[in-house]
Design a protein around this ligand. Structure first.
Ligand SMILES: [Zn+2]
Length: 228
């Protein structure tokens, strides 16, 4: 079931407090159009009843795609420094729905799900895209980390994140994305073959890979952002 609630939101354009239907739970098996809208960036872009301007409400939801084995707790980008607490929260929520105290059928379904935590729309989009393209999540994060450490990387900004954006033919397209606005600042391309250097994980990267995959927040930012 996909769940909407009326929610009071402050319009970023006119500052009016408006009541909008906000989605707190996405079931991609029942609503594949929601998954498509997350991929194309139109999901939860809402119109302000006061001034008519449209804006996107930050994600605060659980995302379930049983068919693709994804269960993701999605939080606003501004809560990134809470990642350690939110990993625990994700585990508690997941356990309540699919753990030993849940119905047997739920437990069986839950056993197939991969639990993740993400922050902001671009990060959720990337997780859905990675699954869609059949790319190895850890290899992609390690490749991004190598890009960040290279001289070619643009200066790291607090609001910019490096996200896999697309694959066209044999080319992976990455983008520097503003986590709040979703705007792309800059793009870069690499051959898909570049991932093979990290798959399997080479010994020199094994310690970093272990830290990356230590919990449901599988993102290179967990290596950079100290939990609050
Ligand atoms: Zn407004």
């Amino acid at each position: 079931m996909s769940v909407f609630h009326k929610h009071n939101v402050t319009c970023p354009h006119c500052a009016a407090e408006v009541e909008l239907d906000v989605n707190f739970s996405v079931n991609a098996d029942r609503r594949p159009d929601y998954r498509e809208a997350i991929l194309d960036g139109s999901f939860q872009v809402l119109g302000c009843p006061a001034c008519g301007a449209s804006f996107r409400i930050e994600p605060e939801l659980s995302y379930l795609d049983m068919g693709r084995q994804q269960w993701i707790l999605v939080k606003p980008a501004r809560e990134l420094d809470q990642w350690e607490d939110l990993e625990r929260m994700a585990e508690v929520i997941f356990e309540a729905n699919y753990g030993p105290s849940a119905a047997k059928i739920a437990q069986e379904l839950g056993a197939a799900l991969n639990v993740r935590v993400t922050f902001g729309w671009p990060a959720l989009r990337e997780k859905i895209l990675l699954q869609d393209l059949g790319l190895d999540e850890t290899a992609v994060e390690l490749l991004k980390l190598a890009l960040l450490r290279s001289d070619e990387a643009p200066p790291v900004s607090d609001s910019l994140e490096l996200r896999l954006w697309d694959r066209v033919g044999d080319t992976l397209r990455f983008a520097w994305v503003n986590a709040d606005s979703g705007e792309i600042a800059e793009g870069l391309e690499l051959p898909t073959e570049a991932l093979s250097a990290y798959q399997p994980v080479p010994p020199a990267w094994s310690e970093v890979a272990a830290r990356l995959t230590a919990g449901p927040y599988r993102d290179l930012q967990r290596l950079m952002v100290d939990p609050a």
